[in-house]
Design a protein around this ligand. Sequence first.
Ligand SMILES: [Zn+2]
Length: 236
Amino acid sequence: MRYDWQTLSDGVHRCRLPFLDVTVGLVHGSRNVLLIDCGTTLLEAAQIADDVAELTGAVVTQVVLTHHHFDHVLGSAGFGGAMIHASAGVVTALTSGLGELRADALGYGADPAQVARAIAATRAPDRVVTSAVLDLGGRLVRVEHPGLGHTDHDLVVVVDPVAPGQRRVVFCGDLVEESADPAIGADSDLDAWPSTLDRVLTLGGPDAIYVPGHGALVDAEFVRVQRQWLAARGAR
Ligand SMILES: [Zn+2]
């Protein structure tokens, strides 16, 4: 196994890629294997694909990209056989916005040759979604855009457990971060972000495992505290 995968419930896993500590999520049904975000490079993508084969015995057939930042989307070029679901903002980034993705990736220290390879291979997502249910076979997964926040198009993925006694899992993208303060950028909406997190908490409920875009697994209380931190930042 190339990366260190955590099992969150039956068929639900995540790893933290060493480059930028970005989360990649994995949900396995009887017919489909869903990946949530893809890292930055084709090298990472190939290593993820190898790990997925070892973990599930299958290949990735579905991808959800949570938002348009390079460390979540550029690796998607390595999953050519999968159907890619994303917001319209991600479609723009992966078509007319490639120059900005390249500049951001290089600015964060990604390997220039790897970035060039990923950009050359990248393609637009297959399906624009703001709200959808994906049928993975024996398991339905919910994709939602809970509102404005880290970007204007963040998606979260809500995965109910298939076995009793296990916890719901919410992949939050960068609406929640654990390894650093939330990244507030030019495309963030700080005023709307707290109420967006209220909707994320409603989707997950009090007992869910919340998976941040960067960092360790957190719970509902952590998300509430981060919501208050964002509200206080916005009030300044
Ligand atoms: Zn981001």
